[in-house]
Design a protein. Structure first.
Lengths: 666, 221
């Protein structure tokens, strides 16, 4: 292939993918088009878009090609530019893979014949959402970026509120809309500042601006707020749990798997402009990451709603990614390419990994909810035998999110751990304190995540059913199983052969950080081939154990009873561990942070009467911080609202006064 | 006709327009307001024709004719029928009393002269001295909208503002291009229809054309 072709081919493929994705839902606009046909057309188009886009992304990453187009399009805020480089290509991978899987999943999960009212809207905006995310990645000028960003925010609002006849869904949608627009407001300010720093609305190249410029700090903080809202970094995450819980499951998968990552992309891209980074930039991200990670997993432990629980795990994983980025920034300000490479590669790989395993978990959760008809974990149980395919897929996702080998979560967390250890050994000063605190924080996150997924898998899939269900739970259809298998496959492949991702990560990190120009590869500083040996060994052992166990099982007699029957005469399914009782001790330990609501009955007599116990971990940050502050502000602004008094001539008077003032001062 | 005479004539007409603006500001009776509004349109059309004659810009004759037809005959007629049919000629107290309104109006005229002083010094057009009157007419129209509570008076204030803008265009640049003027005339006509519909709905909803009633629409805290 000639050089020119290798540079333009990925661009053609990726832009083509974005346009195809936007096109996928278009037939649904036409009233005459049969919605079943429309849905199949959308899925087919999305599959084509994903194949083309993934191909383009791989070519771009392997050749490290970069290309920049200027659109012949008179656009406000300067010229509109579109560019493809390895960073864009890397972030487009999870988008395309997850979009492909969710689109396939929708065929059985949200079939057109059962949902004639909502399927048109859902399919149309799903296509627009995927397309706008790709354009966000490709935009290289502020105007185009914000345009694509807003389309993404609005399209995700509409897919999120698919079930808009439910009040809960509408509330979640409004909260999301408020948060995303507050973030966009910060971005508008940030890009206005960028113009005064760099002199234009087009994105400057990597490392071309000095971070010691006076406005750079303000830019950094605004970018953190703007993209932090989208990514769901801890104090800005308030929209995320209710939004993910209330969307259709494949929409939750794409929101959690990908939309959050677009926020991360924004942070990574805008920080790449700067050089001479002050140390505190990295420290801030590292601390934010630690807070998000630990608090995210703690809140997850206290949840009873399967999808809400997974949503809190997204915050946890965003925390891990943020820690990686923070470490890369610290590395950049210390001039340590090893730290940059390990931190950024770990963060980027975790972006890809989290997209796959979280999408897998949400799709699995969708199948579970489809099967039993509730999101309440405490009303499930014993599903392993009823829906074995879903259970197996969910188990893979759960092991991956806990960072266990031989799956992909282990690899990216290992890279970040290695970075922490490297940073602590080779350096001194404040950075070491941060990095040496971060390693145990990551370990704590991992441990609590394991506890949480033991709870989920144990309560949902093991044991016996807690509540007799009206219908027998049914296994998911083929179109639901296929995407779960694809995602589980990706998790396993990255986990067993992480070497395959090295060229991709090297290319993406090299785009982000030019540094001193020396070429460093992940293979040189990490024992990735050992991971493969370990993974293969582990898989072989597990397989052997399973075969032996099966043989042993065949010989012995098997009885079925409730878990922890403990010799009661008539053990009942409801006597099993519940999600709350399993997590109870941990939730109690951290009740200072979680502030759980508990309604325990007071025992007054020797023979207790009928009683009811309830416990619930609310969205504490929203309920204890934001809402009181907003209520206070609302109260204080009451006098200002007298300005809007409904008297028309006073409104005209306001216009009149404004006119006279403007005429006077100009 | 000499240039001096044209300027004198134009200034006289401008004075008449300003006079009608003040009359609109203080007149309380609905039908009298309509009459004054028609007179204002008449002076405006005449002034446009005079400027057209003096400068040789013949499209101004068409503007003048349009103004006469629209603002002297058509709009007052439409409003007259509306008031008659909806029986809404009952007067409503204005927000401010008459002397205060007059004083505010005089203040606005002085303000307009102050604002247009630099333009008068730079411009070479023969109509430059009437620009201040045009601006004052706009402001007085706006003041009328602020001080009146009756929806019909507010609309007349709005139309008086439009007269002021039209006058400003002729005195600042010898009129807007023909296409723009035709467009504006059409807009006015459509506006009249929309006003009609709104009057009807306000009247049936609130049983009155007192816009203060509309404060009921506001959400309470």
């Amino acid at each position: 292939m000639t050089d020119e072709l290798t540079a333009t081919l990925p661009a053609v493929l990726l832009i083509g993918a974005a346009l195809l994705a936007a096109l996928s839902g278009m037939p649904m606009i036409v009233r005459g088009v049969n919605s079943r046909f429309g849905q199949r057309f959308a899925t087919l188009t999305m599959v084509l878009a994903a194949l083309a886009g993934v191909g383009g992304a791989f070519i771009s990453l392997l050749n490290r090609s970069r290309i920049l187009f200027q659109l012949a399009w008179p656009f406000p805020f300067g010229p509109a530019e579109i560019g493809i480089d390895p960073l864009t290509a890397f972030f487009s991978l999870p988008i395309l893979i997850v979009a492909l899987c969710c689109s396939l999943y929708a065929l059985d999960y949200w079939p057109a014949r059962d949902n004639p009212r909502t399927v048109r809207k859902l399919t149309l905006f799903f296509g627009l959402l995927v397309s706008s995310m790709l354009f966000v990645l490709m935009a290289r000028s502020a105007g185009l970026f914000l345009l694509a960003w807003e389309i993404m925010a609005l399209a995700s609002y509409f897919v999120l509120t698919t079930d808009d006849h439910t009040a809960e869904v509408r509330d979640a949608g409004s909260l999301y809309l408020i948060c995303t627009h507050t973030g966009t407001l910060a971005l508008f300010a940030a890009f206005a500042l960028l113009k005064s720093i760099s002199g234009g609305y087009t994105f400057p190249g990597a490392g071309s601006l000095s971070a010691v410029a006076p406005l750079a700090t303000a830019f950094y903080l605004l970018v953190l707020v703007g993209f932090g809202f989208k990514a769901g970094i801890m104090p800005l995450h308030v929209w995320l749990p209710s939004a993910h819980a209330n969307a259709p499951s494949h929409v939750s998968a794409i929101m959690s798997g990908v939309i959050l990552k677009v926020g991360i992309y924004g942070i990574v891209r805008t920080l790449s402009f700067f050089t001479d980074l002050p140390l505190w930039w990295g420290m801030v991200l590292l601390v934010l990451g630690m807070v998000s990670g630990i608090a995210g997993v703690l809140y997850a432990l206290g949840q009873h709603d399967l999808k809400r629980l997974l949503a809190y795990h997204s915050i946890e994983n965003i925390g891990i990614i943020t820690m990686g980025i923070g470490m890369a920034l610290i590395g950049a300000s210390l001039g340590s390419p090893v730290l940059v490479l390990l931190g950024m590669a770990g963060a980027l790989l975790h972006v890809l990994n989290h997209a796959t395993f979280k999408a897998l978990l949400f799709l699995g959760a969708g199948s579970v909810i489809h099967a039993v008809g509730t999101r309440e974990i405490d009303r499930m149980g014993g599903l392993l035998r009823r829906i074995p395919w879903t259970a197996a897929a969910f188990l893979v996702g759960a092991a991956a999110i806990c960072g266990l080998p031989p799956l992909n979560g282990f690899v990216s967390e290992l890279l970040i751990y290695l970075g922490f250890f490297n940073g602590v050994i080779g350096h001194s000063g404040a950075a070491v304190i941060g990095l040496s605190l971060a390693a145990p924080a990551l370990a704590l996150i991992g441990g609590l995540a394991v506890a949480c997924f033991v709870k989920v898998f144990g309560v949902v899939f093991l044991g016996v059913p807690r509540v007799p269900s009206a219908t027998v739970p049914h296994e998911a259809g083929g179109w639901m199983r296929l995407p779960m298998m694809i995602l589980a496959g990706v998790c396993l492949v990255i986990g067993v052969a992480p070497v395959a991702t090295v060229p991709l990560l090297d290319a993406a990190v090299a785009t982000w950080y030019q540094g001193s120009g020396e070429y460093l590869s992940l293979t040189a500083i990490t024992p990735l081939s050992w991971i493969t040996y370990l993974a293969v060994g582990l898989l072989a052992t597990a397989l052997m154990t399973m075969l032996l166990y099966r043989r042993q099982l065949g010989k012995s007699t098997v009885t079925t009873s409730a878990t922890w029957g403990c010799g009661y005469l008539a053990p009942d399914g409801r006597m099993q561990y519940t999600a709350s009782s399993f997590a109870g001790s941990l939730v109690d330990l951290f009740s200072g942070i979680l502030c759980p609501d508990r309604h325990a009955p007071a025992i007054k007599s020797i023979f207790p009467t009928r009683a009811r116990f309830e416990s619930h971990v609310p969205e504490t940050v929203l309920e204890r911080v934001y809402l009181p502050i907003l209520a206070y502000v609302y109260e204080k602004f009451v006098p200002l609202r007298r300005l809007q008094n409904g008297q028309i001539h006073l409104y005209i008077l306001y216009t009149f006064i404004t006119l006279v003032v403007l005429l006077t001062i100009t | 006709m000499s240039t001096e005479l044209v300027i004198q004539l134009n200034t006289l007409l401008a004075a008449m327009i300003l006079l009608t603006s003040f009359a609109l500001l203080v007149q309380r009776r609905m039908f009298a307001i309509l009459h004054i509004f028609a007179w204002q349109g008449f002076f405006l059309g005449l002034s446009t024709a005079v400027i057209g004659f003096a400068t040789g810009e013949h499209h101004l004759y068409i503007s003048s004719l349009l103004t006469l037809v629209m603002k002297v005959i058509l709009l007052p007629y439409i409003l007259y029928t509306l008031i008659h049919k909806l029986k809404i000629h009952r007067e409503i107290e204005s927000v401010m009393n008459t002397p205060a309104t007059m004083l505010a109006g005089i203040g606005l005229v002085i303000f307009s002269y102050h604002l247009t002083a630099p333009v008068r010094q730079l411009s070479t057009l023969m109509t430059r001295s009437t620009l201040a009157v045009a601006l004052a007419t706009v402001m007085l129209g706006l003041l009328m909208m602020v001080t009146r509570r009756h929806a019909v008076s507010q609309i007349i204030g709005f139309l008086a503002m439009e007269n002021g803008l039209f006058f400003a265009a002729t005195s600042a640049t010898y009129g807007m291009p023909m296409v723009v003027e035709l467009g504006v005339a059409l807009d006015l006509l459509i506006a009249a229809f929309i006003f009609g519909i709104f009057f009807f709905h306000i009247n049936t909803t609130f049983d009155s054309l007192d816009v203060d009633q509309m404060a009921k629409l506001k959400e309470t805290d």
